[in-house]
Structure formats: C-alpha cells, structure tokens
Design a protein around this ligand. Structure first.
Ligand SMILES: Nc1ncnc2c1ncn2[C@@H]1O[C@H](COP(=O)(O)OP(=O)(O)O)[C@@H](O)[C@H]1O
Ligand SMILES: [Mg+2]
Length: 262
C-alpha cells in the first residue's frame, strides 16, 4: 500500500500533517469540504473519549468511510498520547501490518493527530451490507450458521497463526458481509508477537466464549466454532484440554460478573 503525507492548513490554529493511503488522496482535493464533512458524521457510537461515525459516499465511485475520532480531555492525557503514539496512529500502524499479513480488515484510508485541538482521527473503509456478529446473534441466534463459523475460523486462525492477539475479541468486533465474509474490526488493542502468545490467544478465546454465553449461543460455538478451530489451528498448546479451560474460565467470569455488556 502506497502512502502519502500531506500538510493541512485549515486556518492559523489548525495546521497539521495527514497520512493518507495513496488510493484515497482524492478525498483531500478540497480540504475544507472534507474537514467540514468530518464534523457532520452519522454517529454510530459515542462515549467520552471516542466517537465512531460514518461518512456516506457522495457518489458511486467513492467508498463510504468509517471514522474513529479520539478526544483528549486533559493536558496530561494529551501529552501522554503525543509521547507514546496516539490511538489513531496505533490503528494506522497495526492496520498496515495486518494488511501485509493478508488479514481481512477494513482498508485504512488516513489518520492524523491534531494535538492542539485535542483530537486524533483514524479513517477506514466502511463495510457496506455488513452486520456485526453480536447484533446478528442478539436479533436471532438461529441465523448463526456453519458457513459463518467456517468463514470466521479462516480469518481467526490466520490472525492467531501470524502472532496477532486481538485483546478485545467480542462478537461486536467481528463484521460479516452479505457474502458471509468476515472482517475483523476494532483493532485498538491488537498486538503482534514474534511467536504465538498462549496467554493472549487464551484471553481472546475466553472473551469470545463469554459473549456466546451472553447471547445464548453455546450450541453454535460448541458444534461449529471449536471443532473447526481445533481442526485448523496448528499450535500444539491448543488441544481439548486448553478448550476445556477456556470454557471453565468463561463460565467463571460469567458467574462472577453476570450479564455485563461485552
Ligand atoms: N469498517 C466498518 N464498516 C462498517 N461498520 C463498522 C466498521 N467499523 C465499525 N463498524 C460498526 O461500528 C461499531 C463500533 O465500532 P468499533 O470500531 O468496534 O468501536 P468501539 O471501539 O467503540 O467498539 C461496530 O460494532 C460495527 O458495528
Ligand atoms: Mg467495538
């Protein structure tokens, strides 16, 4: 993927560098329009520090975009992010690494840190005609299929084989499109290790199993997910014993915390 750094000069107090995927540099032809559009997102999710929004495509040639906007609320927080890389930069860097490893993620479009104005922004492609696994299961868990498990295993096994750990593998962070293709999202906590990281993989699978309890979908995970995962994963420490342990830990967490929104 070719990238470009472009200097942005919106006004005296807003000038910073933006890193953009070369394929999408046309978005910045009219910088003022683009930054206005960023202020008028279709909000999908909002909390104190992060806003997730969608920028609909303006014409048939352009993709819709998914925008993650991070805000810094205190100068210490801002300083820390400047020092240890912003969440937007982390999303950008890890997306590039994941793409290199052929993991199915949404294509990174651009990122920038506008520290004087307390924001960092990461933009990727919005996956049209998709839903997250959590919302599918919550609506009707009979929609969960063997095809979905196969498609998920394909991506997850390759993800874990390449040394990645997601660290927040809940069902709302897995998108499935109309063709049953899986796209792994919410990469904020993803890390890559040189070798398989047993603790990390275990944590991913416990979180994943824990959510199945939450949406009453144990049958799907036991009948399809684990048998397929065990069949495809090629790491010796992952065996029936390991899976029993995952089940036990997930159940313990479930009993301890109850119906906590994951
Ligand atoms: N690239 C994308 N395309 C389509 N929908 C997305 C995309 N990324 C996120 N979403 C939707 O927005 C929701 C929130 O995004 P996410 O990155 O998981 O944010 P958060 O860190 O707040 O959980 C997801 O559960 C998903 O439904
Ligand atoms: Mg999420």
């Amino acid at each position: 993927m070719q990238t470009k750094e472009i200097k942005i000069n919106l006004n005296k107090s807003r000038s910073f560098k933006i890193t953009v995927n070369d394929k999408y540099k046309g978005l910045l032809t009219n910088q003022v329009d683009f930054f206005n559009a960023l202020d008028h997102l279709l909000v999908l999710k909002i909390d104190k520090k992060v806003q997730v929004g969608m920028l609909p495509s303006l014409n048939a040639e352009r993709d819709s975009l998914l925008v993650k906007k991070f805000t810094y609320d205190a100068s210490f927080h801002k300083y820390l992010r400047k020092m240890i890389s912003s969440r937007a930069k982390h999303l950008w860097d890890i997306s590039l690494v994941l793409k290199k490893n052929n993991i199915s993620i949404s294509e990174p479009v651009l990122f920038f840190d506008d520290f004087p104005n307390n924001i960092s922004v990461f933009v990727s492609r919005f996956i049209d005609n998709s839903r997250n696994l959590g919302s599918i299961a919550k609506d009707d868990n009979s929609l969960l299929s063997k095809d979905m498990a196969e498609s998920l295993i394909l991506e997850l096994v390759s993800f874990h084989h390449n040394g990645f750990v997601h660290n927040d593998l809940k069902w709302s962070n897995i998108l499935i499109n109309n063709d049953c293709k899986v796209i792994i999202i919410d990469l904020d906590n993803v890390k890559q290790y040189k070798h398989f990281n047993k603790t990390g993989i275990k944590k991913d699978l416990i979180r994943f199993y824990r959510f199945a309890l939450e949406v009453d979908s144990i049958k799907w995970i036991e009948d399809y997910f684990f048998p397929l995962y065990l069949n495809k994963i090629n790491i010796d420490f992952i065996d029936d014993m390991f899976v029993r342990d995952i089940r036990k830990c997930a159940l313990q967490e479930w009993e301890k915390y109850g119906c906590r929104k994951l």
